[in-house]
Design a protein around this ligand. Structure first.
Ligand code: PHE
Length: 342
């Protein structure tokens, strides 16, 4: 029987060399170690041996079994390793290869497009582009802008608040960056501030809790309303063409005096009156005015020496007019069917 065991081990050694895949491996496993396999067969024959001999042969049989098991597990490891390598080979991609065509290419949000266009225009006129916090202090959003805590103007700009914090608000306009800029840079000053604003609105096609404005501020010696109108006309003509006119009508904002409501001739009907301008010939697109002396003082600037003007464009409104968007809620929706059109 010892001889038979030796022969079995030899036969195994020969076969095992040929294994190249899992199928072969499984077949050999069954052939040698299976329930009806060669080793089982021999072991069954051992039952008829005398005690002494059975011990010896039994020991030898176990050695053979362990050796076979050991080779199987080595082969298994080898196969797994080469399978992994194969997978790496198959899944390999060249991450530096340029993407061809427009497959999966994104585009800029329409608000970003109009914002960047205006940033270019204002840069060309010597304005710096600034930024400010969206979670703003009550002071910069209201008080510093001549809107003290009990002022009724606060009612028109209800917003979102942070629980347990009485002195911060989600900014209701980009105007808080007026005083921030004056304190930071002093005079002379030419700055624009595009950014997100928030109000507690009952949302509908024309009202949204999140929208965009573009603030502007100019402070220097001898700045007048004529300068303001000149700048605003330049912007209007850049947006809607050379024949566009600007109309300024009195409007109250606590942080300017005098304050105006700014309109441009309707680009659709050229002032004739149509559905877009509600038959008036004019489109309301900004608020503006001469910076209130109290606001200059909050910015650390002497109103007896300096004067300035400020304006706030409804960036969201400009975008809606430009692209004929009929529902403001599309803009913050993140809906790709909408966004892919730009
Ligand atoms: N902040 C004003 C608003 O949100 C707009 C404005 C800006 C008016 C600057 C005058 C000057 O309605």
């Amino acid at each position: 029987m010892k001889k038979q065991l030796d022969e079995l081990q030899e036969a195994f050694a020969k076969q095992v060399e040929k294994i190249t895949d899992r199928e072969e491996l499984e077949r050999l496993k069954t052939e040698f170690l299976g329930r009806k396999g060669k080793l089982k067969d021999l072991m069954q024959q051992m039952a008829g041996l005398a005690d002494e001999e059975r011990k010896l042969i039994g020991k030898r049989a176990n050695e053979v079994k362990e050796a076979i098991e050991q080779s199987f597990s080595e082969i298994e490891n080898r196969l797994s390793a080469s399978e992994r390598e194969g997978a790496m080979e198959r899944e390999w991609i060249d991450v530096t290869q340029p993407v061809l065509g427009a497959v999966g290419k994104g585009s800029l949000h329409p608000v970003t497009q109009v914002q960047q266009d205006l940033e270019d225009l204002f840069s060309s006129m010597g304005f710096v582009i600034a930024d400010g916090p969206e979670l703003e202090s009550d002071f910069y959003n209201f008080t510093a802008l001549n809107i003290p805590p009990t002022h009724p103007a606060r009612d028109m700009q209800d917003t979102f608040y942070i629980e347990g914090q009485t002195n911060v608000v989600m900014r209701t306009h980009t105007s808080p960056v007026q005083v921030r800029s004056m304190r930071k840079w002093g005079t002379p000053l030419r700055v624009v501030v595009p950014g997100r604003c928030f109000r507690n609105e009952a949302t509908d096609v024309r009202h949204e809790h999140t929208f965009h404005q573009l603030e502007g501020l100019v402070v220097d010696k001898g700045i007048s309303m004529a300068d303001m109108k000149g700048v605003l006309e330049t912007v209007a003509q850049h947006l809607y063409g050379k024949d566009t006119r600007v109309r300024l009508r009195p409007k109250f904002y606590p942080f300017v005096e005098p304050g105006v409501n700014g309109e441009v001739t309707c680009f659709l009907c050229k002032g004739e009156g149509c559905r877009l301008c509600k038959k008036t010939g004019w489109l309301e697109v900004f608020g503006a005015g001469m910076v209130h002396p109290n606001v200059l003082r909050e910015g650390g600037i002497d109103p007896d020496v300096y004067s300035g003007f400020a304006f706030g464009f409804g960036l969201t409104r400009l975008v809606m007019l430009k692209y004929g968007i009929d529902d403001i809620r599309h803009l913050e929706s993140g809906d790709l069917r909408f966004l892919k059109q730009f």
